[in-house]
Design a protein around this ligand. Sequence first.
Ligand SMILES: [Zn+2]
Length: 319
Amino acid sequence: MTANTGKVRMEEVDALFARQLEAWDVAKNNYAALANVKVKELVVGNAHFKIQFNPARIVSSAAKVDAKSIKERKCFLCESNRPAVQEGIDWGGRYEILVNPFPIFPRHLTIPCKEHTPQRISDRIGDMMAIAHDLNGYILFYNGPKCGASAPDHMHFQAGNKGFMTFDKDIEVAGLENVVTVDKACLSVVKGLSRMAFLIKASDINAGEELFKRLYDVLPLATDDDAEPMLNILCWQDNEAEVWNIAVFPRVKHRPSCYFKEGDANMLITPASVDMGGVFITPLEKDFVKITSDDVAMILDEVCMTQETAYEIVKKLNK
Ligand SMILES: [Zn+2]
């Protein structure tokens, strides 16, 4: 199936960080600033959330991602438009591993495709798993073109160091209702973590890929013009075992209504994979101060698929 022939060692990525933080002022300053960002913790039911006040992320949260704006800007993921100081590590001749200069994580990578090709996951989940295997100190994530990707026209993954998001810890104690099992992989509905998620556990890339495609094929498209179902994905390998976790968060909305409200009711929050992973980013301090557990619950209810719809999907899967 996929020729997952990348291979990069964690030491090479550590060395890349060391070099870039030395040579690249933008990255150096933004990583240094990260050490001082304010964080608060909120609990919603059984789920733990961190709220991060991160002013540098305004670039991403307020990014214009409509077709016209995208067409009119230079793509910042294409090599020809990147700053000369930004270095990359080749992965399989098809992707590059880059330091993200606007970090949320103490170690934050952007992993664009070498080609300028639209953000699509359908044929790339195997790549995501293979890269997650190589970068086993990281959780990889994918934002759909309408679910937080700030370059929907250029295929890319991101990765952040493990131990930062909360979802991977929380699922260890959450209810997992197994709904499909095939050889070497199973698919569960994650219960009780305040946002609808499917979890695929696989001990083999091909098996994980196959089960993901089965799920992907029955997820609804938000509109007929959409190229793929609205979703966010986290993918990581368990530390000790050769087991992949693929968490799929089907979405019904990109931005919650509070994003568009005026005055006091406004909150500039654009949930993407990291928020689904349990870390809400607030680029504005006023939002960081006022956001409560109830707000988090409300935002998740608004942008995520309902459990009811999820069970409709499960029925289709088992047909
Ligand atoms: Zn590009």
